[in-house]
Design a binder for this molecule. Structure first.
Ligand code: LLP
Length: 421
């Protein structure tokens, strides 16, 4: 459920008509709904209660500081994967005690940053990383709380580019080696073993892979406790999928996901952390764009819009589907017309949809790409020297630009011409 609905024939973000934002900000832009973000966060906290838990929003899915502040103010933790994301979480006012640091290639500099600023735990993904963290922490006279990310060798049954839990993926420590690495961690200076971490992939549309993985985590918890480790936290990662179409998709609900967590690991007395990104942010955002031209091609019509693959990479990168809807609600029973929806970038890959049935559209009309809150703005680039597009946050009948469109001067002034020229 989201808060993007037609009212009086016009698509709104909460109580704000999208044409009002377009008139002030220009297209294309991203728009996020505060109420949707809050509701999605709360679904998870409700699903995990009464277990002691922390919902750590995966910043990588949507990292605007204003959005992080919406969630942080509700008590959310943050899952960060870089020094940059760590800085964003802090800038949003989230205390280090609620920041989990994940990622397969943390640098010593990033470790130092988080140890100085405070961190709930590092999710460590390899022995070399563990040794580096021990060195850094010991040299600072600090102690790094850690969970080891174990790779449970489970097929997440999702797109191959976003599956992470099979043994041939680059992520985590093979579960068979876990005991040995925990033993080493316990011996290393500057390291405090607090738990186990697992994340098997993103956009999972069934609970079974999670259940398999969490069952393995539960077994490992008992084994490691038997070895003398004080395992008191389980970080179960993110990955719960969302519906990208309105009609035929019904991924599991957070409530069912929570029940499965209680069933698999609830008896262990551990504090539970989860790292959802997409489920919180995905359907909390739209990409709004306008039609530049309608072009008749060979056997197809192209809808050329002012958003492109550099603004929303998911269709070109993963063949992902995003629903596209007109901002002005079509009259009932308007006949659909098929369009190839494309952007202005000079690549055939800059295609959002092929043969997509839409109501007739013409130059200047506004369209909205749904489910664009997650992995939209954060994956954007300036390819073709197209400025990063603005982000707008709505709350009730108010809206604010939370990242402005850069000017061309700002973009061009980042380049420098060497003095020898
Ligand atoms: N935790 C870890 C360690 C992760 O690697 C990820 C996502 C998450 C949590 C959050 O997963 P979520 O709940 O959002 O599924 N760009 C791709 C998705 C990449 C996901 C990477 N890791 C896409 O647009 O589909």
């Amino acid at each position: 459920m989201d808060h993007f609905l037609y009212k009086n024939g016009t698509l709104h973000a909460e109580d704000v008509p999208l044409p009002d934002i377009a008139a002030q900000v220009g297209t294309p832009f991203y728009v996020y709904s505060t109420a949707t973000l809050e509701r999605h966060y709360q679904l998870f906290t409700e699903a995990l209660s009464p277990l002691p838990h922390l919902v750590c929003f995966a910043i990588k899915s949507l990292s605007n500081i204003a959005v992080l502040k919406v969630l942080g103010d509700l008590g959310a933790g943050m899952d960060v994967v870089s020094g940059g994301e760590y800085r964003r979480a802090k800038a949003a006012g989230v205390p280090g005690s609620r920041i989990v640091f994940s990622g397969v290639g943390k640098t010593r500099e990033e470790m130092r940053l988080a140890l100085e600023g405070g961190v709930r735990q590092f999710n460590v993904e390899s022995e070399p990383e563990l040794r580096a963290l021990s060195e850094v922490a010991a040299s600072m006279g600090a102690t790094a709380p850690i969970a080891l990310r174990i790779n449970p060798d489970v097929d997440a049954k999702t797109h191959e580019k976003i599956a992470t839990g099979k043994k041939d993926n680059k992520f985590g420590i093979p579960i068979d080696r876990a005991r040995a690495v925990y033993a080493e961690a316990a011996r290393l200076p500057g390291i405090d073993v607090v738990g186990i971490d697992v994340h098997i992939g993103s956009q999972l549309t069934a609970l079974e892979p999670f259940e398999l993985a969490f069952t393995k985590v539960a077994e490992l918890t008992e084994t490691l406790r038997g070895d003398g480790h004080n395992i008191r936290r389980l970080d179960l990662g993110g990955g719960l999928g969302i519906p990208y179409t309105r009609s035929n998709e019904a991924p599991p609900l957070p409530l069912d996901y929570g029940a499965m967590i209680k069933r698999t690991v609830g008896h262990l007395g551990c504090e539970i952390e989860i790292e959802p990104g997409r489920l919180i942010s995905g359907n909390a955002g739209l990409l709004v764009s306008s039609v530049i031209y309608v072009k008749q091609g060979e056997g197809r019509d192209f809808l050329i819009v002012d958003a492109a693959m550099n603004d929303l990479a998911r269709p070109s990168m993963y063949g992902a589907h995003h629903d596209i809807v007109p901002v002005v609600e079509p009259a009932p029973a308007t006949a659909a017309q098929e369009f190839d929806v494309v952007g202005p970038v000079c690549e055939t890959g800059d295609t959002f949809a092929r043969h997509r049935p839409l109501t007739p559209l013409s130059e200047g009309d506004l369209v909205a790409f749904r489910s664009a809150g997650a992995y939209g703005a954060v994956m954007a680039s300036e390819y073709n020297t197209r400025p990063l597009i603005p982000e707008v946050l709505v709350k009730g009948d108010q809206f604010a630009v939370i990242r402005a469109r850069p000017s061309f001067d700002e973009i061009l002034n980042r380049d420098t011409i060497p003095t020898w020229m």
